[in-house]
Design a protein around this ligand. Structure first.
Ligand SMILES: Cc1cc2nc3c(=O)[nH]c(=O)nc-3n(C[C@H](O)[C@H](O)[C@H](O)COP(=O)(O)O)c2cc1C
Length: 202
């Protein structure tokens, strides 16, 4: 029997929407046979800013038991799913700050050859979903990773499908079962492709 692949779900969320998608991604990867680490990146906003928005403070509080992402999570992983809310059409600075600490492991080639896939949440339907996902994928080019987008590889992609990566619009409410099924499919597909690569490499 083949050894399981390691999947890291690394995300940032202020008010819970991307967190819900990350939970769905973890479920999809586990169901596809992966060992999963779900990790949030560190909150960088000053305490008084977080405290000024009730949903933000509540989310930080309710997710404090989720471990913070580390370089070891990246090097351990065969596939990495990156999740972020959009911030003016690009990834959140909290996730970018984590990414910007990876120079030493990038330099050793430890980020290359892995599978990467991204998911996001915006407030509006034309609020920058693809540009946010592409801001994640730009990083992957530099890391030498294998981008595995969902495309239209499952019927669920025709319901809410964004071929660039699972996308959710919080202005219409929190993620629904359809969003969760979409991100579960995306994570399962990334897991299966990482598994195939791992087997082929021996
Ligand atoms: C500084 C800032 C910039 C944002 N920029 C955008 C944007 O460009 N387009 C958009 O649709 N939503 C934007 N949003 C809204 C969030 O991306 C959106 O509410 C998202 O669903 C939040 O995800 P979360 O609940 O996981 O934090 C912005 C929010 C903040 C605080």
């Amino acid at each position: 029997m083949s050894e399981p692949v390691n999947v890291a779900i690394i995300y940032y969320s202020s008010t819970g929407n991307v967190h819900a998608l990350a939970t769905g991604a973890a479920e999809g990867a586990r169901k596809a046979g992966a060992d999963v680490r779900m990790r949030r990146v560190a909150e960088l906003a000053p305490d008084h800013v977080v405290a000024g928005k009730a949903e933000w403070a509540e989310h930080v509080d309710s997710t404090s038991d989720i471990p913070e992402a580390s370089h070891d999570d990246l090097t351990w992983a065969d596939a990495v799913l990156l999740g972020t809310p959009t911030r003016f059409g690009a990834m959140a600075s909290q996730l970018k700050q984590f990414i910007d600490t990876t120079g030493p492991i990038w330099e050793q080639g430890l980020l290359a050859g892995k599978v990467y896939s991204g998911f996001t949440s915006t407030y509006t339907n034309h609020g920058g979903q693809e540009s946010t996902l592409l801001s994640l994928y730009n990083v992957v080019y530099h890391w030498g990773g294998v981008i595995v987008p969902p495309g239209y590889t499952d019927p669920v992609q025709y319901e809410l499908g964004n071929p660039y990566g699972t996308s959710h619009i919080s202005g219409f409410g929190p993620p629904t079962e359809v969003h969760l099924n979409t991100v579960r499919h995306q994570a399962a597909r990334a897991t299966e492709i990482a598994q195939a690569l791992k087997q082929a490499r021996g």
